[in-house]
Write a protein that binds this ligand. Structure first.
Ligand SMILES: [Fe+2]
Ligand SMILES: [Fe+2]
Length: 451
């Protein structure tokens, strides 16, 4: 039963909305109108439709330093055409991950938009989120189609199958009884703690729950799915849609982490696009897709910022429970997606694991490099376990991203210090520790590869 007393306390205070709403609703209105008037998504769709890898295969798609394995001994020894291929494979791998993250966004946008619909008075937010969701469908399609065409042409099916396996996600919810029991326990706790907010329960979440027989699953391994236990993923999904305006807004703090990550990776491509355009040179379609995507995402980033930093202030102060959920979500994302760095990917903030080693091992044995298994193992060890320029580039990117997170989180006074200062991430930006970890992983990997 809805607690009407508490529920009325949840309603945005009209005087507050008027005073504060003017400021942020203006930004939201301008963002929505500009987004509707723009044609960036249409441009991406048409580039996606006409893409043929061969027509773009002889050109760099971004600056050489944004290439897979850049700065490693293999990169130094690679031929000019192999270097271009590594540049294209970097585009493929980064946008493969972006597609995973944006698939998650499609679900969560709809969950939170329907909470705002229930609250009422936030029509433009709902319309903008609906538009963003449509745009993400087009983005994901372009990234997957263009990326897979590229990777298939360069390295063939085998490395891709293993990459897909490491990314494919089957939730244990509903199948593994212990995980499902954990989820139901967390859901029960959340429902109890948020019982006064039930009037705004997301109808979209309701539909998902009905279809999944009351078990929520997040379908991918993007920024919110990777490395976070199924039961916790379900718990966050439930909390973001269970009717708390604060938590619906706080989903956008997590989304903002994805926006900032993407911007760091994508902005160099935008600069590259502008440089080619200025010089009147041929612009490869993937470079143009990155450019238009960056422009589309600028609207999404503004919305993440406004929702997570301003809109929640229309409502009453968050409870201790709501602050706990917001913090635990950021903590888990930080730990799962940003607590390390890579020697072979300039923009990866996870530890190098055996899945990545297998992917690179198979690339070395594909027609692109044509190595024997012995040669592939030798070069793998050189790339992952010996200090080289790639680690130093990765560290620079890591520091840059860390500073961007810290300056965004600085204003969010309800965050725990470990989140506001991104302490887990800061600890992960260490070259010696990364190499020590890689040596351990490589030993295990090479034993398995030889068997
Ligand atoms: Fe997108
Ligand atoms: Fe987006």
């Amino acid at each position: 039963m809805v607690d009407t007393l508490n529920n009325s306390a949840l309603k945005p205070n009209s005087a507050t909305v008027e005073a504060k709403g003017k400021r942020h609703s203006k930004i939201i209105d301008i963002t929505y109108r500009s987004n509707v008037d723009s044609d960036y998504t249409e441009n991406i769709e048409s580039l996606d439709k006409s893409f043929k890898y061969k027509e773009h295969s002889d050109y760099y798609w971004s600056q050489p330093e944004h290439s897979l394995l850049y700065g490693t001994p293999v990169y130094e020894a690679a031929s000019p055409s192999q270097k271009i291929a590594l540049n294209h494979l970097h585009w493929f791998t980064k946008y493969n991950y972006t597609a995973e993250t944006e698939t998650e966004t499609i679900t969560f946008n709809q969950i939170t938009a329907s909470v705002f619909q229930e609250i009422g008075g936030y029509d433009t937010i709902c319309q903008e989120l609906e538009l963003e969701t449509e745009q993400e469908y087009s983005h994901v399609h372009a990234f997957r189609k263009m990326g897979l065409m590229t990777a298939m042409s360069l390295i063939g099916r085998k490395p891709l199958q293993n990459l897909q396996k490491s990314h494919s996600y089957k939730s244990n919810l509903g199948r593994n009884s212990w995980v499902t029991a954990q989820y139901y326990a967390l859901r029960f706790l959340a429902k109890h703690m948020l019982k006064s907010k039930q009037a705004y329960y997301s109808p979209y979440l309701n539909q998902l729950e009905a279809a999944e027989k009351f078990v929520i699953t997040t379908p991918t391994k993007g920024i919110l799915g990777r490395g976070i236990a199924d039961s916790w993923q379900g718990f966050f999904t439930f909390n973001w849609g269970a009717g708390s305006p604060f938590l619906a807004c706080q989903y956008y703090t997590a989304r903002m982490m994805g926006n900032i990550l993407l911007k760091g990776m994508e902005y160099p491509l935008v600069k590259y696009y502008r440089q080619l355009a200025k010089q009147g040179e041929f612009i490869p379609a993937p470079t143009a897709v990155s450019y238009y995507h960056h422009l589309d995402e600028a609207y999404h980033t503004t919305m993440s910022k406004v929702l997570s930093r301003d809109v929640y202030k229309d409502f009453h102060q968050p409870t201790a429970y709501e602050k706990f959920v917001a913090n635990i979500a950021i903590y888990m994302v930080q730990q799962a997606s940003f607590s390390g760095m890579s020697g072979i990917f300039p923009h990866r903030y996870l530890k190098d694991d055996r899945f990545l080693m297998l992917f690179i091992y198979e690339i070395f044995q594909s027609s692109l490099f044509g190595m024997s298994s012995k040669e592939a193992l030798h070069w793998l060890e050189q790339c992952f376990c010996r200090e080289h320029e790639g680690f130093h580039r990765a560290k620079q990117n890591h520091q840059h991203l860390l500073n961007s997170f810290r300056s965004f989180f600085d204003d969010l006074d309800y965050l725990w210090p470990i989140n506001r200062q991104m302490k887990l991430m800061a600890k992960g930006g260490n070259i010696d520790r990364t190499i020590t970890n890689n040596i351990k992983t490589f030993r295990q990997f090479s034993r398995l590869a030889v068997d």
